[in-house]
Design a protein around this ligand. Structure first.
Ligand SMILES: [Zn+2]
Length: 524
């Protein structure tokens, strides 16, 4: 079997035609979905980019594989030195390689995130350009199509492709944006009143700080595709038009890729899987064009699986599956479909039955983790989402929240106080999951704890951001952020070396010396 895995960074499922979006963003993905199985409740166990792809290709949750964030100890893949891969927990590509598959990737993901273990998945690892991400789809296609042409007469290969549209910034030519803008209205939520309320939500990529980054405040680098800030409906519509334009730009190139398979006569003999590493918030919880929270829009992924000879002739009702699934389930599913044994150390469960159109059982709940902009874990049941914040980073993130996602898809009503029994049940799910993966003999420490004291502050320093809030007339929000972080402000620990603590320590030692000196004076 030939297999192409198409990884589209930040592709939000409900903005694709395959998932019923009212704009024609993805006609080519839709065409693939017509002969595939589309999964409605497929989530990345860990977000954003690095934790998600590490979970996908290691078959393990971040709490076990070690990668829950983008920096420092929160981003250390647990791979001991030694000879050869680990037999019980190989990478997906290694397992496929032992099974006789030739593996290759066109991806700069490993370079972007220093995820060099990712190369271990592939016999060939090709970078289409010398960039560190944000490659144009045409560059990825140029190399991918060349590779496919050279391997079209061979069987049993696995090709992983990483596309970067529609990750910010939306760099597609403006005609793609204009075409989407003309194709139908932007969703009605958030209205003007909600957008005004969101000016009180702070954080990088919040309404007023849409372009605040490592380098401080900024303006839109692509004003034709993204506004400077979200101050009105018009700004919001501008932003969504840019996002949808980026998606349709990617889909056009995906169509060229699919046309190549047709031209080479291998379309009916090549499995194609389309998914993303994470989604994106568009106003939910006051976050815009960002994947910085363990919430529904960030964690829900599209998943379309075309498997030749299996999904072609399924009855319509078997083409949709709504079992609660993780992206770590994909690796065992591929092994299952290919007749390969599943390594014992993988933590996902095969959903091959669903690909074959058979009845499947669903988990009761999923646990989702984020560790790059905030530290959060969430519990997703069929209807509800419970979010626990361990460190808010620079975000206005509440310590606990509870939403009815089915009835309130934009996450506007926190039910924590109104539904105490439900909240208790969700906490118990989280605790049960944690004990299973970090609280039993043989478990490794939870990587979210290793840098909890300093938090996910590499992208944004809270001290600098609080100053920015003051500089822009929002002192009350700066105080709110400082209050949230003050509860974390315990004395320094040598076990949290993420940010050099020496200057703070020097200050504290000085303070102690002064106090002692003052006492000495009193006693003399
Ligand atoms: Zn990403």
């Amino acid at each position: 079997m030939r297999i192409i895995y198409v990884d589209v960074d930040t592709l939000r499922a409900d903005h694709t035609t395959a998932y019923g979006y009212h704009r024609p963003t993805t006609p080519n993905l839709r065409r693939l979905a017509d002969k595939s199985v589309t999964f409605d409740r497929y989530y990345c166990s860990d977000s954003p980019c690095l934790p998600s792809r590490t979970a996908l290709t290691s078959g393990q949750f971040g709490i076990t594989n070690g990668v829950i964030g983008h920096f420092g100890q929160a981003a250390q893949f647990r791979l001991d030195a030694g000879h050869g891969p680990e037999p019980d927990r190989p990478l997906l590509g290694q397992r496929l390689g032992w099974g006789g598959y030739y593996t290759a990737a066109v991806s700069v993901f490993a370079e972007r995130h220093r995820a060099y273990f990712f190369h271990g998945n592939f016999r060939e690892s090709i970078r289409a350009t010398d960039r560190f991400g944000d490659e144009e789809a045409q560059d990825v296609n140029r190399v991918a199509i060349d590779w496919i042409r050279r391997h079209a007469d061979q069987d049993d290969w696995y090709l992983h492709l990483t596309y970067w549209e529609p990750h910010t910034d939306y760099t597609q030519p403006s005609e793609w944006t204009e075409r989407m803008a003309a194709s139908g209205p932007v969703q009605a939520w958030p209205d003007e009143e909600t957008i005004q309320a969101h000016t009180e939500v702070y954080g990088p990529r919040s309404a007023l700080d849409l372009h605040y980054s490592l380098t401080g405040p900024g303006r839109s680098p692509v004003p034709h595709n993204m506004p400077d800030a979200i101050r009105s409906r018009a700004d919001f519509e501008h932003l969504v038009n840019g996002f949808d334009g980026a998606i349709s730009y990617w889909d056009h190139h995906f169509g060229l890729l699919m046309a190549t398979l047709e031209e080479l006569g291998i379309a009916q003999d090549t499995a194609v899987i389309v998914s993303a590493d994470h989604g994106e918030s568009f106003g939910e919880m006051g976050s815009y064009a960002e994947h910085g929270l363990a919430n529904e829009p960030t964690h829900r992924l599209p998943l379309v699986v075309y498997w030749p000879g299996v999904t072609d002739d399924l009855p319509e009702q078997a083409r949709r599956n709504d079992a609660l699934l993780y992206n770590i389930d994909l690796a065992p599913t591929l092994c299952d479909l290919l007749g390969l044994s599943v390594p014992a150390g993988w933590q996902g469960e095969s959903f091959a039955r669903a690909v074959r159109g058979e009845e499947t059982e669903s988990r009761e709940y999923l646990v989702l983790g984020h560790g790059a902009h905030t530290y959060q874990r969430a519990v997703r049941t069929r209807d509800h989402l419970y979010i626990r914040t361990y460190h808010p980073g620079c975000f206005r993130a509440e310590w606990e929240q509870l939403f009815d996602v089915t009835g309130d898809p934009y996450l506007t009503r926190d039910l924590l106080d109104a539904e105490p029994e439900l909240a208790t049940r969700m906490r118990s799910h989280l605790s049960e999951w944690w004990h299973r993966y970090a609280g039993r003999p043989g478990c490794l420490p939870d990587p979210m704890q290793t840098t909890l004291q300093t938090g996910p502050t590499h992208y944004n320093d809270p001290v600098r951001y609080a100053q920015h809030l003051r500089d822009t007339g929002r002192s009350h929000l700066a105080e709110d952020l400082e209050e949230r972080l003050a509860t974390l402000n315990v004395p320094v620990s040598w076990h949290a070396p993420e940010i050099p603590q020496t200057p703070r320590l020097l200050g504290r030692w000085q303070q102690i010396r002064q106090e002692r000196a003052a006492h000495g004076e009193q006693h003399s």
